[in-house]
Ligand binder design. Structure first.
Ligand code: ADP
Ligand code: MG
Length: 744
């Protein structure tokens, strides 16, 4: 009898287990059983041979049409060639051998159906599988096999080099025969949602009797994925409420009141509502755990600063974690500017109950770093802004009351916890901000342990952004017009960004591909393996690079303008200098990688040109263009691309040009990208636990699973009454932990 945690060699033997581990990283019974068929073939339904692509590992069902054998030329040995057909097209199977292969010739008898597995290639204009593995259908007198092929439906597993679909099926069959598992899903929940048992479902998805069997099993297994994850999240939420936090009630006449009085604009209704809610929650003796999402430019930072000041007024400290150096610097500058004398405690001209703002990043010199550490530890700095450097052990606080994380998707839960653990007794309040609109199910899955606030409107007076696709291949002269347009903007005293997918220069070319270095993104750059794999073929030119383009523009169409470059390979102080110069208006055109992506705020910047725009993800383009149109003047975004009209890439760009609705675009992104990419590296453990669930289509199921998990965990927090579920949760958490450590 086998359980899910049993190592495969124990159950199927070393010989069968080895290729499973090597080719597919399947090591336990559970791993194998959760390696689901990619599709099912109905017996007698031949695979469409025209759909095969060169280089792919495939398993096809086809009929043998003819077999020939001939001696190899100039060498000893024979070549057997079999031609198989789907009734329309043909595929050649080639077998080489030192000696004779009469047996094979006899075996591959015309008229037989078989499964053939191998890598597709083209030889002399003909599609072939060289030395495929195969299994002929209906020939085997082994009773097991006979039963197998009597079944209507044949599972076809994702093929890989070194292991065939039917070897996987054979291992699965052995495992299913000895499987003895307890169902982790409580019986009542199964009944309520009409779900079959787990063992049943595993059998049904691997060895279905009919299509309905597949459906029933898939539904149950999707439920498993959603329910398990939601149980973990429900436990995490519950555990969070068990922590205590120091209440930080709003004080009157403090920094927050003065800050509000100094604000040069009125808060939007959304900002007021979210702000009030956050203000109330941080006044409680349980930690707040809140996600604030809102379009780029919706004014999240103001809300964060107000929350931080409330905490400072109440005697605590607040920390703001930004994903990049550029952003941390920008936050630091804008907060100190906005606070003015309120941030100059102990300085001449400082206000009466002023505080201090400290900046802590990896690039600080030793003295500045020591000063920042001291201000944080002593409590002199009410607000500490920084990057990952904040997570280091030496960073300590006198009384940390609030953790704000900007653009959460670049940080994992573990990093959140690392910061929160710096709060001594109890836990600090937590505010997570993200500018990437997140579809509800993604939010429930990725941020399921947080409560949610959403800013839906942009501050009034914000100018709209007009976006156009510039088809560089069809209309080269349009590109000249692009540069003219930038000259016009500069002539009116406005500023522009030119964004490229690559840095370039000698080192950049050696590294190849996109080489921005700011870490993983939820909706990251398409890079080499993005949605446009079709462009990466031989002969394709490398993507436009910052350094090359800057040199060309300086000599050519933008000669005489003040240009600067910004990219991740610059030393931090140079990055900062470039950004500062741009913010101060002493640079007309900033030529940059996506370092400039999230949160950068220069209101005088009105135009953005994105080169090779098809290299970027939909949501990322949307975020990028959010850098312009932040001031009084209308924003302009030009998406330059060589992608052909009507191609997938062009359709994506057209979609971006057609709408400013970030939620719609993020759904589109989710549809087009592999889900794992969307969940991001930080959720690696979770990614590998979601196999059947699709976050867009299974919204209802995820919602129901969340509800059930919440109720169950509320009634039985430790899952004492559900030992099998408790085990499944433990296994998931261990896996997440292991994958996290592997990355670190
Ligand atoms: P994001 O949500 O992208 O982080 P920010 O907080 O950076 O947005 O705000 C973008 C810009 O809008 C900033 O310059 C900020 O000062 C300004 N802003 C914020 N709230 C308002 C408002 N209610 N009215 C006018 N401008 C605002
Ligand atoms: Mg921001």
């Amino acid at each position: 009898m086998a359980i899910l945690e049993d190592p495969l060699p124990l159950v199927v033997g070393d010989k069968a287990a080895k290729p499973l581990a090597r080719a597919l990283e399947l090591r336990t019974v559970g791993d194998l059983l959760r390696h689901y068929p990619r599709r099912y073939e109905t017996r007698g339904d031949l695979t469409d041979l025209a759909s095969l692509r060169d280089g792919e590992y495939v398993t096809v069902q086809a009929e043998i049409a003819k077999v020939t054998s001939r001696p190899m030329r100039g060498r000893r040995g024979t070549i057997v060639e079999a031609t198989v057909t789907d009734g329309r097209g043909q595929l050649t199977l080639t077998f080489f051998a030192r000696g004779r292969q009469d047996w094979r010739e006899r075996q591959l008898a015309p008229g037989l159906h078989g499964l053939f597995s191998g890598q597709v290639s083209t030889f002399r204009g003909k599609r072939q599988l060289a030395h495929p593995e195969y299994e002929l259908l209906g020939l085997d007198d082994d009773a097991h096999r006979a039963a197998e092929y009597a079944a209507e439906i044949i599972p076809v597993y994702p093929a890989a080099n070194g292991i065939t679909s039917w070897r996987i099926a054979a291992a699965v069959r052995i495992v299913l025969d000895v499987l003895d598992i307890e169902d982790p899903m409580p019986r009542a929940i199964r009944r309520r949602h009409g779900l079959c048992g787990l063992a049943d479902a595993l059998r049904g998805i691997h060895r279905p009797i009919d299509r309905a069997d597949v459906q029933r099993s898939t539904k149950r297994l999707k439920w498993d994925e959603a329910f398990l994850l939601q149980t973990v999240l429900a436990q995490r939420r519950l555990a969070a409420t068990a922590y205590s936090a120091t209440p930080r009630p709003r004080a009157t006449g403090g920094l927050l009141d003065e800050y509000d009085a100094r604000l040069p604009f009125r808060l939007t209704i959304g900002q007021e509502l979210a702000g009030t809610q956050i203000g109330e929650e941080i006044a409680r003796d349980h930690p707040m755990n809140r996600l604030l999402q809102g379009e780029v430019g919706s004014g999240k930072t103001v809300i964060a600063v107000r929350a931080m000041l409330q905490v400072v007024d109440a005697g605590g400290q607040a920390v703001l974690l930004a994903p990049t150096e550029v952003l941390a610097q920008q936050h630091y500058r804008s907060i100190t500017e906005q606070l003015g004398p309120l941030a100059q405690a102990g300085q001449l001209g400082g206000a009466e109950h002023a505080t201090r703002v400290a900046l802590l990043t990896g690039s600080l010199g030793a003295p500045a770093r020591r000063r920042a550490l001291l201000e944080a530890a002593s409590g002199d700095a009410g607000i500490v802004v920084g990057t990952h450097a904040l997570l280091e052990e030496q960073v300590q606080f006198a009384d940390l009351g609030l953790v704000v994380i900007d653009e959460q998707h670049r940080f994992g839960v573990e990093q959140r916890d690392a910061l929160r653990d710096k709060a001594g007794d109890g836990r600090p309040h937590l505010l997570v901000m993200t500018a990437t609109p997140i579809p509800r199910t993604v939010a429930m899955t990725v941020f399921g342990d947080l409560e949610m606030s959403t800013l839906t409107e942009l501050p009034a007076g914000r100018s709209p952004i007009a976006t156009h696709v510039v088809p560089a291949a069809e209309k080269p002269h349009y590109v000249e017009r692009v540069w003219e347009r930038l000259r016009e903007e500069a002539g009116r005293g406005r500023q522009c960004y030119v964004v490229c997918p690559r840095i370039g220069g000698a080192a950049g070319d050696a590294r190849g591909g996109t080489d921005d270095d700011e870490g993983d993104r939820l909706y990251g750059p398409a890079g080499g393996d993005g949605p446009d794999g079709d462009r990466a073929g031989p002969g394709a030119r490398p993507p436009v690079a910052v350094l090359d383009l800057a040199a060309g523009l300086e000599r050519g169409p933008l000669a005489g303008l003040r240009l600067a470059v910004l990219h991740g390979r610059l030393p931090p102080d140079e990055k900062d200098r470039a950004m500062l110069a741009f913010a101060a208006g002493s640079v007309d055109v900033l030529i940059t990688t996506t370092v400039v992506e999230v949160g950068v705020d220069v209101p005088n910047a009105t135009a953005m040109v994105i080169m090779d725009a098809d290299r970027f993800g939909v949501s990322q383009l949307h975020q990028l263009r959010g850098r312009v149109g932040r001031g009084r003047h209308e924003g302009l975004c030009l998406l330059v691309t060589e992608a052909e009209a009507g191609s997938k890439s062009r359709q994506r760009l057209d979609a971006v040009a057609a709408t400013l609705d970030g939620f719609m675009l993020s759904r589109l992104d989710l549809e087009q990208r592999r889900e794992g990419d969307v969940l991001g590296a930080a959720q690696a453990g979770r990614r590998s636990s979601l196999k059947l669930l699709t976050l867009l289509k299974d919204e209802e199921l995820i919602g129901q699973a969340r509800e059930e998990a919440r109720n169950l965990v509320a009634a039985d927090p430790a899952l004492a009454g559900e030992p099998a579920l408790a085990t499944a949760v433990r296994v998931l958490l261990e896996r997440e932990q292991a994958e996290y450590l592997e990355k670190a």
